[in-house]
Design a protein around this ligand. Structure first.
Ligand code: PGA
Length: 253
């Protein structure tokens, strides 16, 4: 991936008035992809940001018949040590917020297995499964306050692959809101690498709220650098940044 030319054109930035409108835009992009390519491979993300997008996709399934029966999904990451039934596992999150409410075949939904005995071997298998599925057609991403994408924390290489990583202290503190205390947040995770993410055919980054404004600005306006992993998206030819006004508030655009 490092061999890709840095894009010279302007990034594709969509700014919507609020988080709901931004989520609607992203859900529409996903729905268009599913309708035009029923067997598409979607890359999915967890966190607070995508919840409204998933809610809208569920609504489209229930009210408009959006059909997920041939769709395949791969999630970005999972905590090491949390099984699928743990309420804070990302498998549980995905079932709760999307997968249990649409007509997707559970065998086509993939997340890294946080309980795998051979984590590194499992990470390599996960990469292989993505390749065998034909690659990811559309990848949804959030962005961390520290610029992480998936659990690629500052310092992650632009050509990194799916692997075990240590969570940054700031990430542990941010995610502690979902656990009884920060002590309970796992310290390690399995994550797709930046190189893995950059192989998706199209990427949509969704960021909402003024708290993300500086992370978004650095991703778009500073040179691509491992200190801010989201900045590596500048090296991909087909990224759409979908922002609400708060998240866009520091951009020069
Ligand atoms: P958030 O997380 O949606 O909970 O803010 C985003 C991320 O860390 O990628």
């Amino acid at each position: 991936m490092m061999s890709r030319d840095l894009r010279s054109d302007q990034p594709d930035v969509i700014v919507r008035s609020d988080a709901t409108a931004a989520a609607k835009f992203v859900a529409d992009r996903f729905a268009e992809t599913i309708r035009s390519l029923p067997q598409c491979v979607l890359g999915l993300a967890t966190g607070g940001t995508p919840i409204e997008t998933y809610r809208e996709l569920i609504r489209m399934h229930q009210e408009e018949g959006l059909d997920f029966s041939a769709v395949t999904t791969f999630n970005l990451d999972e905590y090491v040590g949390l099984g699928p039934d743990h309420p804070q596992s990302y498998r549980h999150f995905m079932r709760q917020h999307l997968l249990d409410h649409i007509n997707i075949d559970p065998s086509r939904t993939h997340l890294p297995d946080g309980l795998a005995t051979d984590l590194q071997g499992h990470a390599a298998e996960y990469e292989q499964q993505i390749v065998e599925a034909g690659g990811i057609d559309l990848q949804l991403l959030g962005i961390g306050h520290n610029g992480h994408i998936a659990f690629n924390e500052p310092g992650a290489a632009g050509d990194s692959r799916t692997r075990v990583v240590q969570l940054a202290e700031q990430t542990i503190e941010k995610n502690a809101r979902f656990f009884a205390s920060a002590d309970e947040v796992p310290r390690t995770a399995l994550t797709m690498g930046i190189g893995t993410i950059l192989e998706a055919k199209r990427i949509v980054m969704l960021a909402t709220g003024a708290g993300k404004a500086e992370a978004v600005r650095r991703a778009l306006e500073d040179p691509a650098d491992a200190d801010h992993p989201a900045s590596f998206l500048q090296t991909h030819a087909n990224v759409t940044y979908v922002l609400d006004q708060g998240a866009a508030s520091r951009l020069r655009l």
